[in-house]
Design a protein around this ligand. Structure first.
Ligand code: NAG
Ligand code: NAG
Ligand code: NAG
Ligand code: FE2
Length: 476
């Protein structure tokens, strides 16, 4: 209990020091020792193939609807299509219900994929543990997952945020630390397997190893996907020119539930959060489908129901690292004013292989003719967080812009992951955990006040007053 209390006191201190707008940010002096950023060899147990003929592998689940009463369960069978059923139920070994999925396969250069299954399991109860079985006979496998609480303003929930993971020993360390964190679902900010660093048939093989690598988490809790540049796989020299081919075959998103026309951008609600996933590598300028969809989706956000509004994308809009500097600028110009208008709480991105957190800053006054070219403190702006530090084979991005820009609150070139623990409509506790040569060290943390409920006492009072009045009117 005591260390936790101390921790909260420290976290609060960090938070209060972070809200003094314009104070110089911190560039962490921590220098991690160099672990080799090499991919785990193919014969390593992290990629072990499950026993039994045609046993389902690479099992992963994701939310299957808008509000969390469905999951999409996906897996690959290597030898033949096999059973397309998911059996499920609320007690172990008693699978009362069955759902039927779809199966497909694809080629990538001369690689032939296994049989990729996606099965929507719907009509679930909230806050319930479900057990499920896939495959048949001796080769069948069993897993479980928990559904979230009903969507509502005070539903607590703990999200993990991981980006740019890859399949190195650093990736393994991030994954294991994430699993220890006790978070309930992952918001993944793009760049999954880094299979595109390979050539020819090895590309497909490294998608398969990655699927097996993350299964110990992805089979038991939803990972919500967004696409990064390593998912594009535009490789004309191998005759592969269809963008996102492997990614779209293997990873499902519930995009139809939010009336999106593409699996690459979508939204969903989980507990007290409304989460919007954008695609940095799909058209987003004015009038494009993604732009039109986002304009409508923002209108659907109901902060009375889901106080927490979170946006995910791959390329950060604020980044003071030498790596990928200003690559997010075009999207910032198009969407930033909406993020301010709708008071987004947090925007998570990956891409830059380091950690960075911003103060609440905006640059909406800047346009090609105005002279206001500097970002300014803005209470309505989101906190921008870059966690492209999952640990992939490209290594760390350790050269930061000097001096540190005013908007940048904290930055460090280490591997790690974040958690966002939503307590209720006003408070959430955020952590960034560094992998310190194998140990998990909470490094940057603060209490986040909700942008809709947390900062506006008058609104809360008014609300309370109105509800009381309504109560009285109703009882008359
Ligand atoms: C999919 O699998 C079937 C049956 O094994 C096979 O005939 C077909 O060529 C495969 N398709 C692709 C695109 O690999
Ligand atoms: C851009 O800046 C100019 C000069 O300050 C201003 O007149 C104009 O309204 C701005 N345009 C937009 C789209 O904000
Ligand atoms: C919300 O959570 C915070 C942190 O746990 C707590 O201090 C606060 O009293 C809670 N507020 C409500 C309305 O429950
Ligand atoms: Fe990237």
């Amino acid at each position: 209990m005591k260390p936790l209390l101390l921790h909260l006191v420290l976290a609060t201190f960090v938070f209060f020091s972070s809200i003094r707008d314009g104070c110089a940010g911190i560039t962490s002096s921590f220098v991690r020792s160099d672990w080799p950023s090499v991919d785990i060899p193919l014969n390593h147990e992290a990629f072990a193939v499950p026993k039994g003929y045609n046993a389902p592998q690479q099992v992963h689940i994701t939310q299957g609807d808008y509000d969390g009463k469905a999951v999409i369960i996906s897996w690959v069978t290597p030898e033949e299509p096999g059973s397309n059923h998911v059996q499920f139920g609320t007690s172990e070994n008693k699978f009362k219900a069955t759902a039927e999925g779809t199966v497909s396969n694809y080629t990538f250069y001369k690689y032939k994929s296994g049989y990729i299954h996606h099965c929507l399991v719907e009509g679930l109860e909230y806050n319930t543990k479900y057990y499920y079985r896939i495959g048949s006979g001796e080769s069948s496998r069993e897993f479980w997952f928990e559904t979230p609480p009903k969507v509502g303003p005070d539903a607590p929930y703990k999200f993990g945020i991981i980006g740019d993971l890859g399949q190195t020993f650093n990736s393994l360390s991030t994954l294991e630390h994430y699993i220890e964190s006790g978070a309930q679902a992952v918001l993944f900010v793009g760049d999954l397997s880094y299979a595109d660093r390979y050539e020819y048939t090895d590309v497909g093989l490294r998608w398969d190893t990655w699927g097996r690598f993350v299964e110990k988490s992805t089979a038991y809790q939803p990972w919500m996907w967004s696409a990064g540049n390593h998912e594009i796989e535009y490789m004309p020299y191998m005759g592969e020119v269809v963008p996102f081919k492997s990614y779209l075959q293997r990873y499902s998103t519930p995009y139809l539930a939010s009336k999106s026309s593409s699996p690459l951008w979508y939204a969903f609600r989980r507990a007290s959060a409304h989460i919007i996933v954008l695609s940095s590598y799909s058209p987003f300028v004015k009038y494009t489908p993604q732009w039109q969809w986002l304009r409508e989706e923002l209108k659907n956000v109901d902060r009375e129901k889901t106080p927490w509004l979170i946006v995910l994308m791959h390329v950060p809009l604020y980044n003071s690292n030498d790596a990928h500097y200003m690559e997010g600028e075009s999207m910032r110009v198009v969407f930033e004013s909406w993020f301010i208008e709708y008071k987004v709480d947090m925007i998570f991105a990956g891409h830059v292989h380091a950690y960075e957190r911003s103060y609440r800053f905006s640059n909406v006054d800047y346009n090609i003719t105005s002279g206001n070219r500097y970002p300014v403190a803005d209470k309505s702006a989101p906190v921008y967080i870059t966690v492209g530090d999952g640990g992939n084979q490209e290594g760390l991005a350790s050269r930061f812009m000097d001096p540190q820009p005013e908007y940048s609150a904290f930055r460090e070139a280490s591997y790690g992951h974040s958690t966002l623990e939503i307590k209720n409509r006003t408070h959430a506790i955020y952590h960034w955990n560094r992998n310190d040569d194998g140990k998990k060290v909470p490094t940057d943390s603060f209490v986040l006040y909700n942008q809709y409920w947390g900062n506006n006492r008058r609104r809360r009072k008014l609300k309370h007053f109105l509800l009381t009045v309504i109560d009285e009117v109703v009882s008359i």
